[in-house]
Design a protein around this ligand. Structure first.
Ligand code: 5GP
Length: 115
């Protein structure tokens, strides 16, 4: 069996994290190095490596991540003010953790283009 990813270890409570939402398929917790007043990560419990390696069977999981973003934004009270979602993919995308995750950034005005 391949080794667990960092985010699987967080889902399995082997590594502590500030978890704000969980259901059968996804987990949302605060980023350890926040880039905005609110910086959350939403991860699928199924460890899809990255978008570039997702398969058609992942379709409902991928959709679930976005609907979880909506749910968490409402739960945490920043849906109306707005927020940014980011998925880093691969080296040029700035991906550090090879377990797909959706960044949710909120609590300040975002800039465009991103760095
Ligand atoms: P990436 O660069 O792969 O898109 O994002 C990885 C994110 O995971 C980074 O924003 C980083 O701060 C966050 N991160 C890395 N290790 C940990 C950890 O142990 N706990 C938490 N909560 N976040 C982490």
């Amino acid at each position: 069996m391949s080794e667990k990813t960092l985010f699987q270890k967080i889902a399995d409570r082997e590594i502590p994290a500030d978890i704000v939402y969980e259901d059968d398929d996804a987990l949302c917790f605060r980023d350890i190095n926040p880039q905005a007043p609110i910086h959350l990560l939403i991860v699928p419990k199924k460890p899809i490596v990255r978008i570039a390696e997702a398969s058609p069977e992942d379709q409902s999981t991928l959709g679930h991540l976005l609907l979880t973003a909506r749910k968490v934004a409402e739960q945490e009270g920043f849906a109306e003010d707005g927020f940014r979602t980011v998925i880093n993919n691969g080296r040029n995308g700035g991906e550090e953790v090879p377990h797909l995750h959706l960044h949710i950034l909120a609590g300040r005005q975002m800039k465009w283009p991103p760095g």
